[in-house]
Every structure is written in structure tokens, then in C-alpha cells.
Design a protein around this ligand. Structure first.
Ligand SMILES: N[C@@H](CCC(=O)N[C@@H](CS)C(=O)NCC(=O)O)C(=O)O
Length: 314
């Protein structure tokens, strides 16, 4: 694990000293947009963009789900990095197809030779301008949701205008407490920081559990972006976050509504294929040697994700 400083790779863990043991996530550095507009710098074109992902990463998983459900697989190719993220950061098993690089940090310096910041997945690369368009998953999924519709004819809309405000409210609640909340538990380096994150996480899960008792999806009757953003954390929870990140008050399987909801999303055609428990477990338990120095990866738990979700009545 490390970061780039003026284009040079340094193998360093997160700095939690300056924040009283709290894990504070760095903002993504590349924030351009693909727009279906003749004057846009980044226009939707088949074969023009390449996506670098880890199958372990919940943020990258969002982009894979949108790529799948929005019919973008024939138009945007993908490089999957190895699950182990050690002293060189994310690495490719085979040289990646665009430049033959074997480290993700080389993609960052290929785009910006003096880049400073963390080297994260997902990364959306533009082959035309030879640059990173975006390394912010929440923005990549917004682009995938609508910018390529003219090309694909796929008008599934996970961010419909009439629900935008509700979706934004759920995102604003779920990001700090749940998506990043599990990391705030796991990467905390003081008891106090951990306990604060833990209380906020489980209070949020309790609230979601009662909301989902009467609502099929977060924003009501249709699946939206907010559901996919929550899903990628829920699906990793019992396999990894309960043990590795000490999020162990309850498991998702102990919450009947959240569990049924998660299973329903997992069973949406195409989603299961984007979910890889080998990469998920191997990445966290093997890479975070500060948390799990033996690098032993647990065998369990046995997950039952294909049984009926029972949510139809809602
Ligand atoms: N804001 C980013 C966060 C992405 C992120 O932090 N990805 C993790 C993997 S789960 C990563 O690559 N971490 C490497 C690091 O922090 O050095 C997004 O949502 O796209």
C-alpha cells in the first residue's frame, strides 16, 4: 500500500496520527466527465475508454455493475488487477493491454507524470487523449448511467430526475456511515475512533433495516443508484467486514430485511457475475498486513445468497 508523491511511488500506510486515530479518505484526483455533447472533451464512443478495476473493491464493483446492467461491456473494456495490494500497490497479473504496465501507479503517472496522491481503483482511461478521465466511482457510475445511452439504446435509469433528491439523501447518509463506515472501523488506530465509527455504522444499519421493512428499495419501488452503492458494501460485510474490520455487532444475515434486500440485488441478472468472493476475501485479509499480519485468509463463512429473497410482497 502506498502513494505517489510528485510522480514517485512511496510505500506508506494511511496516516491516522494527524487525525487522532481516525481514517480519513482522500478525495479522488481525476474528476473529468464523459458527456454526450458535440463540444465535450470526453464523448461517448465505443472502444474509446478502458476501465481498471479490482474485483475486491466495493467502489470499483459499483462501476462493474453499471457497466453490466447498462450494456456497456462491448463498448468499455476492462483490466482486473490482482487481489493482493502490497508494497507496489495494485498490480496487474499480466501486463495491461494499453501500455504493458504492470503496476497501477504507472497508469497514474502515464496520465500525469508528477501526480501526487493515492493510487486507487476504479480508474477510467481515455485512449484518445491518453489520460485518466476519472478515478471517482460515484461519478463514473453517473456517466455510465446516461452518457452512453445513444450508443447502447439502453435507457435503464438508476438516477431518474424525480427521485434524484431522495437518492442524494440516501447516498449522503450511507457513504459516511456504511460504505466508508466499515473502513472507518477497520482502519481506526485508536479505541475511541473505532468505537465511534462502529456505533455510527450499526445505528445506520438499524435505520436501513426498518426502512426496508416497508420499502422494497431505498427510494421506493424501483432500484436506483443508491441501492447499488449500498449493495457493494452489504455483499462484503459478512465475508470480510465482520471479522477483518471488527464490524461484529451483527452480521447482515441477522437483519432479515437487509439480508433479503441484498439477496434480491445479488440475484438481479448479471450482478452475481460481477461479485467475486475469492478476490474479495483474498484482497482484504492478505493485503492489510497491519491488521492481519499472518495473511491467513478465513475459509468461511458459508453464504446463502441464492435462496429466495422473499421481497416480492413489498
Ligand atoms: N473515492 C474513490 C475511492 C476508491 C478507493 O479508495 N479504492 C480503494 C480500493 S477498495 C483503493 O484503491 N485503495 C488504495 C489506497 O487507498 O491506497 C472511489 O469511490 O472511486
Amino acid at each position: 500500500m502506498g502513494k505517489l508523491v510528485d510522480g514517485v511511488w512511496h510505500d506508506v500506510w494511511y496516516d491516522t496520527k494527524s487525525s487522532n486515530g481516525k481514517f480519513v479518505r482522500e478525495d479522488a484526483g481525476f474528476r473529468d466527465w464523459i458527456e454526450d455533447d458535440a463540444s465535450a472533451q470526453f464523448q461517448p464512443e465505443s472502444g474509446r475508454y478502458h476501465l481498471y478495476v479490482s474485483l475486491a473493491c466495493p467502489w470499483a464493483h459499483r462501476t462493474l455493475i453499471f457497466r453490466k446492467l447498462k450494456g456497456l461491456e462491448p463498448h468499455i473494456d476492462v483490466t482486473v488487477v490482482c487481489p493482493d495490494m502490497l508494497s507496489e500497490g495494485w498490480q496487474m497479473g499480466l501486463p495491461e493491454p494499453l501500455f504493458g504496465h504492470t503496476r497501477l501507479h504507472q497508469i497514474y503517472t502515464q496520465s500525469k507524470p508528477d501526480y501526487s496522491g493515492r493510487v486507487t481503483v476504479p480508474v477510467l482511461w481515455d485512449k484518445k487523449h491518453n489520460t485518466i478521465v476519472s478515478n471517482e466511482s460515484s461519478e463514473i457510475i453517473r456517466m455510465f448511467n446516461s452518457a452512453f445511452n445513444g450508443l447502447t439504446g439502453n435507457d435503464l435509469d438508476f438516477y431518474p430526475q424525480h427521485l434524484a433528491e431522495t437518492i442524494d439523501q440516501w447516498n449522503d447518509f450511507i457513504y459516511p456511515n456504511v460504505n466508508n463506515g466499515v473502513y472507518r472501523c477497520g482502519f481506526a488506530t485508536t479505541q475511541e475512533a473505532y468505537e465511534q465509527a462502529y456505533e455510527q455504522l450499526f445505528a445506520a444499519l438499524d435505520k436501513l433495516e426498518s426502512h426496508l421493512a416497508t420499502q422494497r428499495y431505498l427510494a421506493g419501488k424501483q432500484i436506483t443508484e443508491a441501492d447499488w452503492r449500498l449493495f457493494t458494501t452489504l455483499i462484503r460485510f459478512d465475508a470480510v467486514y465482520v471479522g477483518h474490520f471488527k464490524c461484529n455487532k451483527k452480521r447482515i444475515v441477522d437483519y432479515p430485511n437487509l439480508n433479503g434486500y441484498m439477496k434480491e440485488l445479488y440475484q438481479v441478472p448479471g450482478v452475481k457475475e460481477t461479485t467475486d468472493f475469492y478476490h474479495i476475501k483474498r484482497h482484504y485479509y492478505f493485503s492489510h498486513t497491519g491488521i492481519n499480519p499472518t495473511q491467513v485468509v478465513p475459509k468461511g463463512p458459508d453464504l446463502d445468497l441464492d435462496s429466495p429473497h422473499g421481497r416480492e410482497a413489498l
